[in-house]
Design a protein around this ligand. Structure first.
Ligand code: HEC
Length: 102
């Protein structure tokens, strides 16, 4: 029992900074790769005649978002190809960031 407690404490100590790190990393990726279209806080915006949808409050799951960002969907205007310069790792942290946006 004592061992389990020690392991639990250890896991919590290691995991807390890790999740903090990925939230910060997600924010950084969002700021550099997405915010110019989707707005600082994911609220969306209009650029010229083009409407950029809000991403805040999306119903899409993190996994689907990663796929969307890495592959794109042919019927889209912007996301018809992968987001350039985005690694899969970055896609994961930014997807996580987007679904948790408030
Ligand atoms: C050049 C502008 C632009 C950039 C950069 C961009 N997007 Fe988009 N995004 C759009 C547009 C426009 C749409 C609407 C679909 C389409 O036509 O591609 C969209 C749609 C989306 C959607 C679907 C909205 C929904 O919930 O149905 C998500 C999610 C999304 N973008 C996330 C991102 C993320 C995350 C990034 C950064 C890695 C990003 N986008 C970068 C313009 C952009």
């Amino acid at each position: 029992m004592k061992n389990i407690c020690i392991i639990l404490v250890f896991v919590m100590l290691v995991a807390a900074p890790l999740s903090l790190w990925s939230a910060e990393e997600g924010a950084a990726v969002f700021k550099s790769s997405c915010s110019r279209c989707h707005g600082e806080n994911g609220e969306g915006k209009t650029m010229g005649t083009m409407k950029m949808p809000a991403v805040k409050g999306t119903k899409t799951s993190a996994d689907k978002l990663v796929e969307y960002l890495m592959k794109g969907e042919t019927d889209k205007k912007i996301h018809n190809k992968p987001v350039s310069g985005l690694s899969e790792e970055q896609a994961k942290v930014v997807a996580d960031y987007v679904i948790n946006m408030k």
